[in-house]
Design a protein around this ligand. Structure first.
Ligand code: SAM
Length: 333
């Protein structure tokens, strides 16, 4: 599928729940979150049907996200069913990692997910300091994160990437340690600029740290990072190399990189069945209604998909005094 700006769409991010076992301050600004009712969330059958429709139109890669996708009951079976959809070649999972070491069947949840067909994992990690981790996520789960990472590495995922949200005053003094931790664990790390997704107030002049500044900070200790324009990982991250070690470090600069949207290849399916062509735009199309209408045919679903692609904007509106309409957990990060 191709939109009117030449974006080639082959990637669907699916939020399988708006629920989360953590409460990151930039994602869920209020503790007393009201979750969607169960019947508002798409069922496994509905998610599989949407994915199959997308796959017939050229979607080849999925990312399962949330909320925290691993709190959804039956998520392993759902992933196995999605992997079996003709045309789906790769499934990645975004998680905070804290549930991966849980027992599942005869092994861990990480192993079950790998066996179900998930190949790639993106794990959130904003700090290596237990107190800072607990303050940022409002949960004292850093030890569980480490157990989860161990379980994921034992389960043999093809790639495990660490995603770290940049926050001045919170983790800018830890960037070297985070990069070094990733190197020691053999993971790719990406530093992400705060975006005004759940609320405009999560991003202030005091806490915003740009990707460029993070790069300079890392360069003080590691030597100036060299750009790797040809290294890509299917997303908007720009990669750089550490001269002494060759370690690759990614930067996701939605706020400061003016070319951020040029290679966008995604659509997002929200937990309550809306298809969004862009994280940073209020446009969304209600598929739940169509999925629950017995008269809707597969051809109708495909036509709706193509309408969403046709409505994909040229770029996000975050730099344009964007007023968030929905929480990140509801959209799927
Ligand atoms: N719970 C899963 C996880 O931790 O990866 C999946 C959902 S989470 C919303 C996906 C990613 O979005 C996380 O890496 C999180 O740090 C990031 N995120 C959430 N709110 C953000 C914001 N306002 N700005 C930048 N990144 C954000």
């Amino acid at each position: 599928m191709e939109d009117s700006f030449g974006h080639h769409i082959n990637y669907l991010r699916i939020s399988v729940t708006d629920r989360c076992n953590e409460r990151c301050s930039y994602c869920l600004p209020d503790e007393d979150q009201v979750w969607a009712e169960r019947e508002e969330t798409l069922s496994d059958d509905e998610i599989v049907r949407m994915t199959a429709a997308g796959a017939r139109l050229g979607i080849t890669r999925l990312r399962i996200t949330g909320g925290e996708p691993l709190v959804r009951p039956g998520v392993v079976d759902l992933i196995a069913r999605l992997k079996a959809c003709p045309g789906i070649r790769q499934i990645g999972l975004s998680s905070n990692g804290t549930l991966l070491a849980r027992p599942h069947g005869t092994g861990t949840l990480a192993r079950a997910l790998r066996e179900a067909g998930a190949e790639a994992l993106n794990l959130s990690l904003d700090s290596l300091d237990r107190e800072t981790y607990a303050r940022t996520t409002r949960r004292d789960f850093f030890p569980r994160f480490l157990e989860g990472l161990d379980a994921a590495q034992e389960a043999g995922f093809e790639s495990i990437r660490l995603n770290c949200v940049l926050m001045r005053g919170t983790n800018e003094h830890e960037l070297w340690d985070l990069a070094d931790f990733a190197r020691q664990r053999g993971c790719l790390i990406r530093f992400i600029e705060l975006m005004p997704v759940s609320s405009r107030h999560v991003l202030t002049e005091e806490n915003f740290l740009s990707a460029g500044e993070a790069r300079r900070l890392l360069g003080f200790r590691l030597g100036p990072l060299t750009p790797l324009p040809d290294f890509k990982t299917n997303g908007p991250a720009a990669y750089y190399a550490v001269p002494a070690t060759g370690q690759r470090i990614g930067f996701i600069g939605a706020m400061t990189n003016l070319h951020f949207c040029e290679s966008c290849n995604k659509l997002r399916l929200t937990a309550d069945g809306k298809l969004r062509p862009c994280l940073g735009s209020h446009l969304e199309f209600d598929f739940r209604h169509a999925l629950r209408n017995p008269a809707t045919t597969e051809a109708d679903l495909e036509r709706l998909f193509l309408e969403v692609v046709a409505g994909k904007p040229k770029e996000h509106e975050f730099r344009d005094n964007y007023q968030p309409g929905r929480r990140m957990i509801a959209i799927g990060g």
